[in-house]
Structures are given as structure tokens and as C-alpha cells.
Design a binder for this molecule. Structure first.
Ligand SMILES: [Zn+2]
Length: 301
């Protein structure tokens, strides 16, 4: 099994989470199917016995629990492609062609929540404790990675008998200069795109993080000849999606949205040996096209 540091940290978080909020058992999942009469709780589509997902009503990103009160039966399109992290009531409204249907399905879902304890979200105290312990555990893991990498680099340069070249490589005057230009391009282009999308700047001044439609996102831009973008692992933990903005032949940008978990599942560690090493995951444009959602094409000038 090949795991990136970000995937390892994700597993650590999940490992702690399962202590207080385990996945439902197989029999429980059967109860979900029975209660919703083998039909999608959102759109009403009838599902064959193997079809459909036991979906999180409130997404994990919004504090939703794994417990049954937060699990309903959903068809794949509703769950995986359409609802994502959105508010379930808003989403349900869209899926119902009349107010009566909406009321019926909403009350069915509420009935299920009540039958299973009444709380789709994890208890806030438990949630805060989990966040704290997860942070502590993953920070310690990061620190261990840094120590080991440092030792590995030191060993390598000693064994090559080439300490001079190693130190030259680390200072990298040219690389830093072009790196600084790339950062500046990223900041300015992201700012222009955010303006068009009505985004609100959040996070650090130089981070490219924005809030758009109440969701935290990062806008990552790639010039025509660049076929991937990079996002810091730490940033992935606090944003819902990445807006990959890829310049095309006519100088405009095609913008795709990719959920953070999909990004995480498809990223490769950066090949950079500078400060980004071990901290940044790279995802190719093709992943944005295949697995993301096309938002729009924008001019930035
Ligand atoms: Zn559906």
C-alpha cells in the first residue's frame, strides 16, 4: 500500500473518529434501505438491491456524524455528483417537483432522524476533542517526518561526498526567483478570478483562499503549459474544494471545481526539493476534467 503523508494523516483522524462515531453495521444499513423503501430519499428513484449509497445527510465537512441519524438512502447521482457538501433541505427542494412531495420526503427524513436519536451532527464537545487530538497526533507525525527526511538528506549528501552541491541546491537563487514570480502570478490571477466569482478573501494575505457561496475554497491557477496545480496538505484540511483554473489557448481560464477529498485521493507528492517538499500535493489537470465539475470559462484581463 502506497500512502502519501496526507493520506496517512487522514487515516489517523479516521482512526480516532471511529472510537466515538463508528460506521453503521451491515444490518443497520439494511434498516436504512427498508425505511426508505429502496428509494432515493432525495429524488425518489427506485433502487435495485445493490444500487445506491448509505449517504451522509449532513456531510462530514459540515460536522455530520457516521451514525444512523445522519444516514439515508440515496441514488448515486444525488449522493456523489449533485449534493456533495450542500445543505440537505436546499438540495431536497431542488429534487422535488412539488411542495407536497418536498414535505413528504422531508418529514420521512426527519422521522428517521428522530427514530435514531435525533442528532445528525456529532456532539460539539466530542467533535472539539477529536479535532484537538487529531491535530496533536498529526502534528507529531509531521514533526517525525521532518526529522526523518532531514536525517535522510544528511545521510545522502555525506554518502555522495558532495556537501557543497547539496548546499548550493538548497539555496537555489534562480529557483527562488522564478518561484517568487510564480507565487506572484498565482496571487494576482486568483484575485481576479475570485472577483468575478464574488469571492471573499479569507486566510493569510498570500494564501489564495476565498469564501465563495459560504464555502471555503482555494483558487489555484496554471499557465497554458502547466498541466497541474499544487496545494499544501495543511490547506486541504480547512477547505471544501479546489478551484483549478487552467489557462487555455486564447488566454482565458477554464475553471473546474474539485472537492478536497477527491483532490487528496488523486494527488502525488511534489517533486520540488525546496520548501514545498513533503508539504504539497500535486494534481493533474486531467483529474479536474475527469472527476471535477466544470464551473465556467473566464477572462482575467
Ligand atoms: Zn436520487
Amino acid at each position: 500500500m502506497k500512502l502519501t503523508p496526507a493520506q496517512v494523516k487522514n487515516l489517523m483522524r479516521r482512526g480516532l473518529r471511529f472510537l466515538v462515531d463508528p460506521e453503521p453495521e451491515r444490518e443497520d444499513k439494511k434498516r436504512v434501505r427498508d425505511f426508505f423503501n429502496d428509494s432515493c430519499a432525495y429524488c425518489g428513484k427506485r433502487l435495485e438491491s445493490k444500487d445506491g449509497d448509505i449517504d451522509h445527510l449532513v456531510s462530514a465537512a459540515l460536522g455530520g456524524a457516521n451514525a444512523l441519524a445522519n444516514r439515508i438512502l440515496s441514488c448515486k447521482p444525488c449522493n456523489a455528483e449533485e449534493k456533495r457538501d450542500r445543505d440537505w433541505i436546499e438540495f431536497l427542494k431542488e429534487k422535488c417537483d412539488s411542495h407536497t412531495t418536498f414535505q413528504e420526503r422531508e418529514s420521512r427524513i426527519r422521522q428517521w432522524i428522530e427514530m435514531n436519536g435525533g442528532h445528525p451532527r456529532l456532539n460539539p464537545d466530542i467533535s472539539a476533542l477529536l479535532d484537538k487530538e487529531s491535530e496533536r497526533t498529526t502534528d507529531e507525525y509531521d514533526a517525525a517526518c521532518t526529522r526523518i527526511r532531514k536525517q535522510k538528506r544528511a545521510n545522502k549528501s555525506v554518502s555522495l561526498g558532495d556537501k557543497k552541491r547539496e548546499s548550493e541546491r538548497l539555496t537555489m537563487p534562480q529557483g527562488q526567483e522564478s518561484g517568487a514570480r510564480a507565487v506572484e502570478y498565482g496571487l494576482q490571477t486568483a484575485r481576479k478570478i475570485a472577483e468575478r466569482l464574488g469571492g471573499l478573501k479569507i486566510g493569510k494575505t498570500r494564501s489564495n483562499e476565498y469564501e465563495i457561496n459560504n464555502r471555503k475554497v482555494v483558487i489555484k491557477c496554471a499557465k497554458l503549459k502547466t498541466d497541474s496545480v499544487g496545494v499544501a496538505y495543511q490547506m486541504l484540511d480547512r477547505i471544501a474544494a479546489i478551484l483549478g483554473s487552467f489557462e487555455i489557448e486564447n488566454g482565458t481560464y477554464d475553471i473546474y471545481e474539485l472537492a478536497s477529498d477527491v483532490y487528496r485521493a488523486n494527488m502525488k507528492p511534489t517533486r520540488s526539493t525546496g520548501p514545498a517538499a513533503g508539504n504539497v500535493g500535486i494534481v493533474k489537470k486531467t483529474v479536474f476534467i475527469d472527476r471535477g465539475r466544470f464551473l465556467m470559462n473566464l477572462r482575467t484581463d
